[in-house]
Design a binder for this molecule. Structure first.
Ligand SMILES: NC(=O)c1ccc[n+]([C@@H]2O[C@H](COP(=O)([O-])OP(=O)(O)OC[C@H]3O[C@@H](n4cnc5c(N)ncnc54)[C@H](OP(=O)(O)O)[C@@H]3O)[C@@H](O)[C@H]2O)c1
Length: 209
């Protein structure tokens, strides 16, 4: 068993999620923030990669401005080289878990696999044992690349904001190595489409062949 995995990401109209140097860009507005915080409140855990922690220093909390009496989910970081800063904001409040590999000697961190990246299958197993039934993965592109390539995504929510970021090196929602041939393409089924702020939220179910 593994948790249900929901991906949520915001991209520009040209399919980028940040500037080329990884600086965060405000892509959505208040209506979408409210939706995202409502979604965070419903899941058991939220996961990001260390790239996102270093670039954005997110809190990953549910703000009371959007959700009354929120239930704060567990915060999970994928970090195979122990780069999480001690003063990272997500470590401040609530429960957190840093997932790394056997090679990293850090007390209290969860060790998943012995390669150069966290073994996501092992981590999902561990999260399931901890009672995590629904996991929200918020990025960034490399982490989402691994989740899609390894077949772990059930739902894909993408907010498309009305701006162009441009640049061939700017991160996209799903980076990583990408499809190497037609057999690697991942089919989606569009299940909902909503006008929010000055943009569009697209909701897909993922159909692995
Ligand atoms: N617009 C949005 O919705 C949104 C949301 C989130 C982030 N972002 C943007 O995305 C950018 C960060 O994305 P990113 O691609 O650079 O970094 P990322 O996906 O957040 O993190 C990638 C890092 O995670 C670690 N990792 C450990 N195990 C992994 C695995 N199995 N698969 C993949 N990665 C694994 C690796 O570093 P180690 O080898 O050191 O472990 C890897 O380099 C920032 O610019 C941020 O602003 C945008």
């Amino acid at each position: 068993m593994r948790p249900k995995v929901i991906v949520n990401v915001a991209m520009s109209a040209d399919g980028k999620i940040a500037l080329s140097d990884r600086t965060e860009v405000k892509i959505s507005g208040e209506e979408d923030f409210e939706r995202v915080h409502g979604l965070r409140d419903k899941v058991d855990a939220i996961l990001v990669g260390i790239g996102t922690v270093l670039a954005d220093d997110p809190k990953l909390t549910v703000k009371e401005r959007f959700v009354e009496d929120p239930k704060q989910p567990l915060k999970v970081v994928l970090d195979s080289r122990a780069r999480t800063p001690e003063d990272a904001q997500l470590l401040e409040d609530g429960d957190h878990l840093i997932a790394t590999t056997q090679d990293v000697k850090k007390e209290g961190w969860i060790k998943c696999g012995s390669g150069n990246k966290v073994d996501i299958g092992m981590l999902l197993n561990e999260l399931d044992k901890e009672g995590v039934k629904t996991l929200l993965v918020e990025g960034g592109g490399e982490v989402l690349g691994s989740f899609f390539e390894e077949g772990y995504v059930d739902e894909f929510n993408v907010f498309v904001g009305s701006l162009i970021i441009g640049g061939k090196d700017a991160p996209t929602p799903v980076d990583g190595k990408g499809a190497q041939g037609f057999d690697d393409l991942i089919d989606l089924k569009l299940v909902d489409c909503e006008h929010l702020d000055d943009g569009v939220l697209l909701k897909y179910k993922v159909k692995y062949g």
